[in-house]
Design a protein around this ligand. Structure first.
Ligand code: ATP
Ligand code: MG
Length: 442
């Protein structure tokens, strides 16, 4: 990959990012070709350009194209305001309060169009708002392309592909960092983490995803600043957690999150058990779960937050359940109550939509039922919509030395039996030749 002519220095030492002369890579000097860009992203760029607006591809798509990777989604930056963007596209909706932007919809996806953000303060006080400790609560003051580059998070995420002349613009030394495999924050790291603590998670996510290292100045403040994550809305953290663990690099991400003391801010009870584990069970189990998840993502198989959260909270659940049983509660009641308690405390930190927390609880409650069920009950369980997930969960527990191998082998044997022969295998009369397990998803 070529180097940009003169990547400008992004920071002035006081934390304020300074716009500079961009390093310009003209078309012949970089590898981004229109043939690799999703046609609908090109349509959006061209249409804005024809209407007299600036239009650039920016962020992950430019980064990934320069690395020869397939972009996950396409972001466009423009000097058109969100309202002007809406006037250009019929298939467009404006979204977001904190960060207002336009979504342009196509049959097979969305192009996100954001107006250049400015660095200046907002005299009206409504467009840009910060909390007392510097967290950006709203960022809707518009600015220039240079200012937009400097308010982005990492240098490798602040490269622009211009539809006007097909050049790549680099205001912050992003091309150098891409070549070096370096995740580097733009501006003063501490200030940038105060503005938005989620950037600490993003640093880890990009390092794990791209196989990059986190530059020393960007990495150093993270452990001592990780507590700032507690001020981030729990719903936003749910989105981030999914991107961290369900994007195909879960094992590496998990190791880095623990090293940077970020994991304990997301899953405090799990982290506490990990820190005192004598028998390595929680760590082994979680590593197996994340390895499986990474393999599934690599094979394009579906993955669900319900399974992930069931796994991440499994040990806190066991601890809670044991405590309740020790107080004399019956096992099934203890299990129910423990699930509600653990899930309730966790959603205060990372808020998952109800369908996922319910899903996780079903996977949990199916564990005990699978360990007990035989005969007709077993046949019925096979038809449970969460059976497959619950069985996969049981398998990982077995592999991690946490579940009795007998029921695992017993269920595996049943699943290996053709469905028509299962009733007989269970000592049941077949129901007119057709078993209930016809409904099973396994
Ligand atoms: P991915 O491949 O995961 O989509 P991405 O870099 O495109 O990676 P997005 O979350 O889609 O990440 O964000 C798009 C761009 O918006 C980023 O590349 C970055 O320039 C900017 N951005 C996103 N989140 C932040 C943030 N918290 N602070 C500053 N800039 C951000
Ligand atoms: Mg993106």
């Amino acid at each position: 990959m070529p180097t940009a002519d003169s990547p400008a220095s992004a920071a002035n030492g006081s934390g304020e990012a300074l716009p500079g002369t961009p390093g310009i890579l003209p078309r012949p000097e970089h590898t981004v070709s229109r043939s690799q860009i999703w046609e609908n992203a090109l349509k959006v760029l061209y249409r804005l350009h024809r209407r007299g607006y600036q239009a650039h591809l920016v962020g992950g798509s430019v980064r990934d194209l320069l690395l020869g990777r397939e972009p996950k989604d396409y972001d466009v930056a423009t000097d058109a305001t969100p309202e002007e963007v809406r006037d250009v596209f019929r298939n467009c909706r404006l979204i977001g309060r904190r960060f207002r932007l336009a979504h342009v919809y196509f049959q097979d996806g969305v192009v996100e169009v954001a107006t250049f953000r400015g660095s200046g303060s907002d005299p009206e006080g409504e467009g840009k708002r910060r909390s007392e400790d510097g967290m950006i609560l709203r960022d809707n003051v518009y600015g220039t392309l240079e200012e937009d580059a400097c308010r982005r998070d990492f240098t490798v995420n602040a490269l622009y592909y211009s539809i006007a002349d097909f050049s790549v613009l680099d205001y912050v030394g992003g091309v150098d960092d891409l070549q070096a495999g370096r995740v580097r924050l733009i501006g003063d790291p501490e200030q940038r983490y105060c503005e938005d603590p989620v950037r600490m998670l993003r640093a880890v996510r990009f390092a794990a995803k791209l196989g990059f290292f986190i530059e020393a100045g960007t990495a150093a403040p993270i452990p001592s600043m990780s507590s700032l994550l507690e001020g981030v809305p729990a719903a936003r953290l749910f989105e981030e957690v999914n991107k961290l663990f369900l994007a195909g690099n879960g094992v590496t991400t998990y190791q880095m999150l623990r090293r940077f003391r970020l994991f304990e801010r997301l899953f405090p009870e799990t982290a506490e058990l990990l820190s005192q584990e004598g028998d390595h069970f929680p760590h082994t189990f979680l590593t197996h779960v994340l390895e499986d998840t990474d393999r599934r993502v690599a094979r394009d198989l579906p993955v669900t937050p319900a399974f992930l959260f069931a796994a991440l909270l499994w040990h806190p659940l066991q601890q809670e359940r044991r405590g309740l049983e020790a107080e004399g509660m019956a096992p099934d009641d203890a299990m129910q109550k423990a699930a509600a308690e653990v899930m309730g405390r966790q959603t205060g930190r990372v808020a998952m939509p109800k369908r996922f927390s319910e899903g996780a609880r079903e996977i949990w409650s199916l564990q005990a039922r699978m360990e007990r069920a035989r005969g007709k009950r077993a046949l019925r369980l096979l038809g449970h919509p969460r059976f497959r997930a619950a069985f996969d969960f049981l398998l990982v527990r077995g592999r991690s030395g946490e579940a009795d191998p007998d029921p695992v082998a017993w269920w595996q044997d049943l699943l290996d039996t053709p469905s028509g022969q299962r009733p007989a295998k269970l000592g049941l009369k077949s129901e007119g030749g057709k078993s209930r397990s016809g409904r099973e998803s396994a």
